[in-house]
Design a protein around this ligand. Structure first.
Ligand SMILES: [Zn+2]
Length: 195
């Protein structure tokens, strides 16, 4: 898979062989990012349990939101041609956040095409888009919620953040340009197929 080749340029090789993917150091200590990675880490085994299938073909995306000093997450996945949510409670274990599967949401109509990406492209998109957010939009500590999903060949993101007393929404899209170049862009509107 081409993704593996470019991944090596900005994430350490070791990140992919451990259970937990690693964000660049300055992005690691945010509850939202840690919670998102915790859910992605558990996605293969949870999706196997729920659908009997590997993430490719059923992993639609995820939403992670801060809630007081903790976080809640939803793993969005396809089952029987509908979109389903597995809800997670996320909390701090001292130096890191992790998430525990809690309950199942109600199935609803699939808002976009069937997905085909594995976990790695979501991890890569998350790391790249958070880096872009920190460079161009605001501090990572202002983030309240991240939604990330596959829409066709692209990964789409909605990042909700505080600016002063206002809540703002940033939209990003990540994609592969060629064998060795994957990147994320800011965009004006939310991409199609929002879960
Ligand atoms: Zn691009």
């Amino acid at each position: 898979m081409k993704l593996w080749i470019f991944s090596l340029f900005f994430l350490p090789l070791s990140a992919w062989s451990h259970e937990r993917a690693e964000l660049p150091p300055d992005l690691q200590n945010t509850p939202l990012a840690q919670s998102a990675l915790s859910v992605l880490e558990q996605a293969p085994s949870e999706l196997q349990r729920l659908t009997g299938l590997a993430p490719e073909g059923v992993l639609y995306g995820l939403t992670v939101s801060l809630q007081n000093s903790e976080a809640v997450a939803k793993l969005h996945y396809v089952s029987q041609d509908q979109l389903n949510d597995l809800l997670f409670d996320c909390h701090s274990h001292g130096d890191h956040f992790d998430c525990h599967a809690a309950e199942q949401g109600a199935p609803r109509a699939l808002p976009g095409p069937r997905p085909g990406f594995g976990v790695e492209i979501f991890e890569t998109s998350l790391a790249e888009s958070l880096a872009l957010f920190a460079r161009k939009v605001g501090p990572l500590s202002s983030l309240e919620s991240i939604t990330i999903w596959q829409a066709g060949k692209d990964v789409q993101l909605i990042l909700i953040h505080r600016k002063g007393t206002k809540i703002q929404q940033s939209h990003m899209m990540c994609h592969q340009h060629d064998a060795d170049h994957f990147d994320c862009h800011r965009q004006l509107d939310a991409g199609p197929g929002r879960p």
